[in-house]
Write a protein that binds this ligand. Structure first.
Ligand code: ZN
Ligand code: ZN
Length: 404
């Protein structure tokens, strides 16, 4: 019988010693009896996250942890966001992730999330679809202030700078071509015209007038970044010889799974926040092991709490996740791996290159001496230190180990 694999990714799991926690990390501080038991009965190690810029991003690290080389495919984040929102993308389309944002009267950025506004029909009325220079632009709203922007037409180039900057008090940057080709120059010009048109149409939008009357920041601009174009990527099932399903609330992660041909399964109440339906997500993931060789379960809020620098919240959330892991111990012929995509230390509130703790339990695992799950313990683990893109090889080796 073939061994199954359950991979649980806790986003931004890894952390550093926190001074508010007497030098322990949130994972070390959290009460996690089931994760500790999994570590005790299994093996642990650490993963070095993939990064190409200063810090690892969730899209790169997920692509990498499924065993794909980011450099080889170069898929912009916009593609994952759009796929995750269920957009039917074609290869010549361009996709970005977008944010509603607030500019003041002089055009300077005041709030890059427009008070975390959610899109409404009223707000979208004039701009949901716009055609500029023969290119059709669509807005696909996501959670809160997030959205995917898709441009459809021919001759589009993805080689563009972002129309996004965090810095407030200055105007957001225009999109510029990153090479001198006619396509890139023309695409940048059209995108800037589009953004200008969006800004003009949002200015007098009734939903924004109401927000201003209520002293709320109006959504009078859209910041775009992560331009990408769909590319054919070998399906996960072809690459690893395993049928795969995904349980995730965040659009980005659903998008990565969709691109890799995984079955995306919806769980009522599951989202990318702290109040997600943890019980439902884990129960569904375990159930999916019946018909799938590989199940990817993604939990996001560990990262959100880290960005909020809420170390106690992160520890508490980890304890809550732990609470639902009891049923794992009934699994047979299954390898369970729990790790993160990158570290997000609560003290800095930003992604980092620090090693990510990992545990493996069940089929094919050679037990080590580590008896608790935490950064400091995993460093001593028998799985050693893994490069992220090698994780799937290791998983396949363990899971297939007893049948080979
Ligand atoms: Zn992440
Ligand atoms: Zn993050």
């Amino acid at each position: 019988m073939r061994n199954k694999v359950l991979l649980i990714i806790l986003d931004g799991l890894g952390d550093l010693p926190n001074s508010a926690m007497s030098g322990r990390t949130p994972l070390e501080e959290a009460a996690t009896p089931f994760m500790d038991r999994l570590a005790r009965e299994g093996a642990t190690g650490t993963i070095d996250p993939y990064r190409r810029g200063l810090f690892p991003t969730s899209e790169d690290t997920h692509f990498s942890l499924f065993g794909y080389r980011v450099e080889e495919y170069q898929i912009g984040r916009g593609v994952f966001e759009a796929l995750g929102l269920g957009v039917d993308l074609k290869e010549q389309d361009l996709a970005w992730r977008g944010n509603w944002a607030t500019l003041d009267n002089s055009g300077s950025l005041v709030d890059r999330r427009a008070g975390r506004i959610s899109a409404s029909e009223e707000l979208l009325a004039d701009i949901k679809e716009l055609t500029v220079d023969g290119i059709k632009f669509e807005i696909h709203p996501g959670t809160d202030h997030r959205m995917a922007i898709v441009a459809r037409g021919s001759g589009l180039s993805r080689n563009l700078s972002d129309g996004y900057r965090r810095q407030v008090g200055v105007p957001p940057p225009l999109v510029t071509p990153l090479d001198k080709t006619e396509e890139s120059v023309a695409t940048a010009r059209t995108v800037n015209r589009y953004l200008e048109k969006v800004q003009a149409l949002l200015k007098d939008n009734p939903a924004n007038r109401k927000r201003m009357a209520d002293n709320l920041p109006p959504a009078n601009y859209i910041l775009i970044r992560g331009a990408g174009q769909l590319k054919k990527v070998p399906a996960f099932s072809e690459k690893w010889g395993r049928s795969a399903a995904c349980v995730a609330g965040g659009h980005l992660y659903r998008g990565v799974a969709k691109l890799l041909g995984m079955q995306i399964v919806n769980v009522p109440g599951a989202n990318a926040g702290v109040k997600t339906n943890l019980a439902g997500k884990l129960k569904t993931s375990l159930g999916l092991l019946e018909d799938n060789d590989f199940v990817f379960c993604h939990i996001k809020a560990t990262d959100n709490l880290s960005h909020d620098r809420n170390c106690w919240g992160k520890a508490e959330f980890l304890s809550r996740i732990d609470h639902y892991l009891n049923d794992i111990f009934d699994l047979q012929n299954c390898l369970v791996v729990i790790t993160g995509d990158h570290s997000t230390p609560c003290e800095s509130g930003e992604h980092s290159n620090d090693p990510i703790p990992m545990l493996a339990w069940g089929a094919g695992v050679v037990k080590d001496q580590v008896s608790r799950f935490g950064e400091i313990f995993c460093r001593e683990g028998g799985l050693g230190k893994l490069e992220q893109v090698r994780l799937m090889e290791k998983i396949a080796k363990m899971a297939d180990g007893s049948t080979k």
